[in-house]
Ligand binder design. Structure first.
Ligand SMILES: Cc1cc2nc3c(=O)[nH]c(=O)nc-3n(C[C@H](O)[C@H](O)[C@H](O)COP(=O)(O)O)c2cc1C
Length: 175
């Protein structure tokens, strides 16, 4: 098995983190991974917002009513914002950069979890995007794809394996 496939098997969504910050060199490597991601027409239409202040992480964790609360206990979050005017494939551009960051996290011995922001409500009045836009001063032209919570793992999850069920998803020379 290749090193990369091994890493992909090991990566799981981690939602519990040790009370320990991520070293600045590792934060830089996570960001470099995002910056090295391919983009449509090399548009590099993303921006990465690094949050490592506890009070701000607490506020970020409230972006959604459910499925985001664990961000409050992460030492680090990277918010991926993308400019849809620069390139219409903004979801793809942001998603690939996010995936690179998550794989780099695993390679650095860190855990991570994607929190969906686009198309999710904060409450019945405003979107999760607008909530984050306000607290992080993100310009109106940017769409906010997700929050990636990152930190040292405080939970162990079984690695994934490609089994017979998943192999049935592969179709050769036609569906
Ligand atoms: C597009 C996308 C959106 C996700 N949104 C959330 C989320 O809002 N909250 C959360 O806790 N996990 C979220 N996840 C993590 C998934 O629940 C997780 O990847 C999935 O259950 C598979 O588990 P694994 O990552 O451990 O293999 C998201 C993952 C993706 C790819």
């Amino acid at each position: 098995m290749s090193d990369l496939l091994y890493l992909m098997e090991q990566r799981r969504s981690i939602r519990r983190f040790e009370n320990r910050s991520v070293e600045p060199e590792k934060v830089e490597m996570l960001l470099q991974a995002g910056l090295l991601a391919p983009t449509s027409k090399n548009s590099r239409s993303w921006e990465f917002i690094v949050v490592d202040q506890q009070d701000l992480l607490q506020k970020v964790s409230l972006c959604r009513e459910h499925y985001s609360g664990f961000v409050a206990n992460a030492p680090l979050a990277i918010i991926v914002a993308v400019d849809p005017e620069k390139n219409d494939a903004w979801i793809e551009n942001g998603s690939i950069a996010s995936t690179f960051i998550e794989l780099q996290a695993e390679a650095l011995g860190l855990g991570s979890c994607w929190v969906q922001v686009t198309r999710r409500p904060h409450n019945e009045r405003i979107s999760a995007e607008d909530y984050l836009r306000n607290i992080l001063y993100i310009p109106d032209n940017m769409r906010i794809l997700n929050v990636i919570a990152i930190g040292y793992k405080a939970q162990e999850l079984e690695p994934r394996h490609v089994d017979e069920v998943l192999l049935s998803k592969i179709h050769r020379n036609g569906y």
